[in-house]
Structure formats: structure tokens, C-alpha cells
Design a protein around this ligand. Structure first.
Ligand SMILES: [Zn+2]
Length: 471
């Protein structure tokens, strides 16, 4: 068996130097510089062309599809192993010790936006392929490094790519976590809305959350002061409510309005159990005070069906499977405004055994009882590869060989870029327990991490492309 790590270490200066050069290109979407040649703006086009040109110079077959996506290929045979990466990054943002696109090296860490998501792992994958080429590893299949350029926004890159190019038979995606993510829940966003509310109630407005896939950590309720019968009693009820619920909040008022703030705890929409939904806390409080008919109906509905029930039990949609876990629902956004109506944004996650049509039907029926309409904003089916598929075994073995740890493949509620492949799984770059600095200031990859990734990916690619993958 090849000592991949040693082979990477022999070439580590070049790997580090190229990675830094690549990271210095600010490949952030920029609408102002979009052209036919640069469909996502100048920075992304520059990084994309830099990588394809490098690969061509170094003897690989390359293909470009209108600057939106392309591939770097090595090997021969009918079958294709796909390794899907992306070279676009989120903006640098504030709070960096050194500029986000300086690729400064301090204490064996390379600091740059994209170091971990996903330009560092892209370079590790590229150097893995280069190593296979240099060492003349005999391949029975082709390995394609597919380069995406719009992962952080709309995935237009892969949509465009797979319109023209064949889907790899099998593959992996270095854009999430180790060991192997073999299954991902189905994800859907629903917007429930009502265009008008009768005026004259106590609630002027109520709003919480900005994203469907986050548990809102703050809700703001504005009441019409003139309609409050007993201000002192209300204030007392608010204080008691907060202390009973173990929450914090704020009471403010002027001549016309009383504004109540409820603080919850933010969490990702795939793990609502880790958060505390401020929108539902506010709704629960509203059911304790005297409201007009229409507002009462709405807040009681929310409270009865969703309060303390992210598993959908009261809606009759709860379901758990052994591999992927439970159906979860998250009220991510809520806006109730006297002149503009009501909007409720829900993020649903479900395992492959759950029946999406039934879940959707129950949600629609429930909101229909209070005259609210539905828009399905987005829906992605559950994604995954069977646990007993040879791909899982090969990647798990590679992982074990390089880390000394035997770990079961994992199933997650989130969605990764691996969904773009028909039979593909996420495989790194983040190791269990490693700090997740993705999209954060001072994003970094350590040099050891970069070397280890390159060795792992070279090992995985060479095995996948030189074996028969009998199922
Ligand atoms: Zn990514």
C-alpha cells in the first residue's frame, strides 16, 4: 500500500504555495462584474480560470461549460468517479486578524476565506489527483474533479453542468464532515400566508426570525396601548411569564405603543431541539391575554399546534427512522402586521421513510382551518447512499487508515453539496471535534490538515478508480 502521506509531504511546499495563491483570489459572487465570460462576476471567474489553466498546463484533460462549471479529468475507462468541489466563497466580512484574502500563514495555519469551505479542500483534491498522475497509479476508471462556482448561492453551476455532462457513477464531496455522511434528510420550506387582517385588535405587529432554517432567537410584539385594559397587570403577567418559561425579555412603551421583546435561543433549523423558539414563546404569551377574535384564532392555533412540539406530534406528522432520525419542523419566520397580513415560514426536515405528501397535506390542511394559504418555497428529497454500498466501506476504511479511528458513517438533518450527485456522499474536510470556522472571521486550515486531506483524497480516489465496485 502506498504511503500517501509521505508522497504528499514530499510535495508540500508546492501544495502550500498553490493553495495560498488560489486563496488570494477573492472568489465572491459580484453582480456588478457579471459578463458572459464571468457569469458570477470577476473574482469567481478568475479563481475558476486559474485552476483550469493550472490543470491544463500540468497535463490534465479539462472541460469548461461557459464559465459556470467544469472539470479536470484523469484516468480512462467508461465509468466516472466524481469529486465535486466549489471555488466560490462567501464574503470575507468583518473581524479578521489579517485580511480575508491575504492567505496569511501564522503558526502553521493558513488564514483565508475559503481555506476550509471549499478552496482548501478543492486544492487538496486537485493535488490528490496530481499525485495519482505523477505516480502512474493504474486506473480502470476516469476521475473527474468537478468544479462548481455557485454553491454558496443557487447551485446554478451544477444545474448547468449536469444538463450537459453525464452524472458520475459514484463520487464524494469534500465540503462537509468526516467520517462519511451517508444520508441526509429531505428538506422543504413552506410559506403560509394571509393577505389581510381585520383591524381593531390589540396586536399591532409581531415579528420573529429572518430565515426559515434558523430557530428565531428574538420576537418583538407591538401592542396598541389604548386597547390595554390594565397596563400594570399586563406588565406583571409578562414578568411572570418570562420567569416561568426561563426566558429573558424587555418591556418598553410610549404613549401609543407597548413593545415586548422575547429572547429565545438560536439554533440551526435541522436541530430545533437545541434552540428555544422566540416566536412560539411570544405566541404562548399572547394566548394568556384577552385578544380580539381573529388575532386570538391565529395565536392560539400556533400555540396549540407548534408550541414545544418540533416533532410534529400534534400535527400528526411525527415519524422516526433508525438511520435518519425524526421529522422535525421549525417555525423560522413569523410576521403578523396589521396592514400587511400574516406570514409564517416553516422549515421541514424528514427521513426517507416519512411520507412527504402526507406531511405536506397535513400542514396545508391545518393552516387552511384558519384561512391561510400555502406556498412551497423549496423542496429537496432525502439524499443518500445505502450503508452497505461499497462506496461507504471504501471511504470508511480510508478514513480509518489515515486517522486510526473506526467510525460509523453518519446521517444528518442538514443538506450538503453531495445532493448534486446521484450517488455521492460528503467526505470531509472537517474532522469530528474540530472547530468549525466555516463562514466565520479568521477561517483557516492548518498545514497538517491540508496535507492529511490530500493524502486521504488521493487514497480514496485511487481505490475507487482502480477497483470494481460490485454492489
Ligand atoms: Zn461549501
Amino acid at each position: 500500500m502506498k504511503n500517501w502521506k509521505q508522497e504528499v509531504e514530499k510535495r508540500q511546499d508546492e501544495l502550500i504555495q498553490s493553495t495560498c495563491e488560489f486563496l488570494k483570489i477573492p472568489s465572491v459572487y459580484d453582480s456588478a462584474s457579471v459578463t458572459t465570460e464571468a457569469p458570477f462576476g470577476e473574482g469567481i471567474a478568475k479563481a475558476y480560470n486559474w485552476l483550469l489553466n493550472k490543470a491544463q498546463k500540468e497535463g490534465f484533460r479539462i472541460k469548461d461549460l461557459s464559465g459556470k462549471a467544469g472539470h479536470i479529468e484523469w484516468g480512462q475507462g467508461d465509468e466516472v468517479i466524481g469529486v465535486l468541489c466549489h471555488i466560490d466563497v462567501v464574503p470575507g466580512g468583518e473581524g479578521w486578524t489579517t485580511p480575508a484574502f491575504s492567505a496569511d500563514i501564522r503558526d502553521n495555519h493558513i488564514y483565508a476565506r475559503g481555506a476550509l469551505d471549499d478552496k482548501g479542500p478543492t486544492m487538496a483534491s486537485y493535488y490528490a489527483l496530481k499525485l495519482i498522475k505523477e505516480l502512474n497509479i493504474p486506473l480502470k476508471k476516469r476521475i473527474r474533479l468537478i468544479i462548481g462556482t455557485d454553491e454558496e448561492r443557487e447551485w446554478q453551476c451544477v444545474k448547468h453542468y449536469f444538463k450537459y455532462e453525464t452524472m458520475p457513477d459514484i463520487g464524494f464531496v469534500p465540503d462537509a464532515d468526516f467520517p462519511v455522511i451517508c444520508a441526509e434528510k429531505g428538506i422543504a420550506d413552506f410559506l403560509f400566508y394571509k393577505k389581510a387582517i381585520k383591524s381593531g385588535g390589540l396586536v399591532m405587529s409581531f415579528s420573529a426570525g429572518t430565515r426559515f432554517n434558523m430557530v428565531p432567537d428574538k420576537a418583538v410584539l407591538t401592542l396598541n396601548r389604548k386597547r390595554i385594559e390594565d397596563l400594570d397587570l399586563l406588565k406583571q403577567m409578562f414578568t411572570v411569564f418570562l420567569s416561568e418559561e426561563g426566558l429573558t425579555g424587555k418591556w418598553e412603551m410610549d404613549e401609543a405603543l407597548v413593545v415586548l421583546t422575547f429572547n429565545g435561543l438560536a439554533a440551526h433549523g435541522s436541530t430545533p431541539e437545541e434552540g428555544r423558539n422566540a416566536a412560539l414563546a411570544g405566541a404562548a404569551f399572547l394566548t394568556k391575554i384577552s385578544l380580539k377574535e381573529e388575532e386570538k384564532t391565529f395565536f392560539q392555533f400556533l400555540n396549540q399546534l407548534f408550541y414545544d412540539d418540533y416533532l410534529g406530534e400534534k400535527l400528526g406528522i411525527s415519524y422516526t427512522d433508525d438511520e435518519l432520525g425524526a421529522v422535525t419542523i421549525n417555525i423560522g419566520t413569523l410576521s403578523y402586521e396589521r396592514d400587511k397580513g400574516i406570514r409564517v415560514g416553516i422549515n421541514l426536515r424528514y427521513p426517507s421513510g416519512a411520507d412527504y405528501q402526507t406531511i405536506m397535506g397535513n400542514l396545508i390542511k391545518a393552516f387552511d382551518t384558519i384561512d391561510m394559504d400555502t406556498e412551497v418555497v423549496s423542496h429537496q428529497e432525502p439524499h443518500g447512499v445505502r450503508k452497505d454500498h461499497p462506496l461507504i466501506k471504501i471511504l470508511s476504511d480510508v478514513y480509518q487508515r489515515h486517522t486510526g479511528e473506526s467510525r460509523e458513517p453518519i446521517a444528518i438533518g442538514g443538506g450538503t453539496y453531495a445532493r448534486a450527485l446521484r450517488a455521492g456522499v460528503a467526505f470531509g474536510p472537517l474532522f469530528p471535534g474540530q472547530p468549525d470556522v466555516i463562514h466565520q472571521p479568521d477561517e483557516y486550515i492548518t498545514i497538517d490538515h491540508l496535507i492529511k486531506l490530500t493524502a486521504i483524497y488521493a487514497d480514496a480516489m485511487s481505490i475507487l478508480a482502480s477497483n470494481e465496485l460490485k454492489e
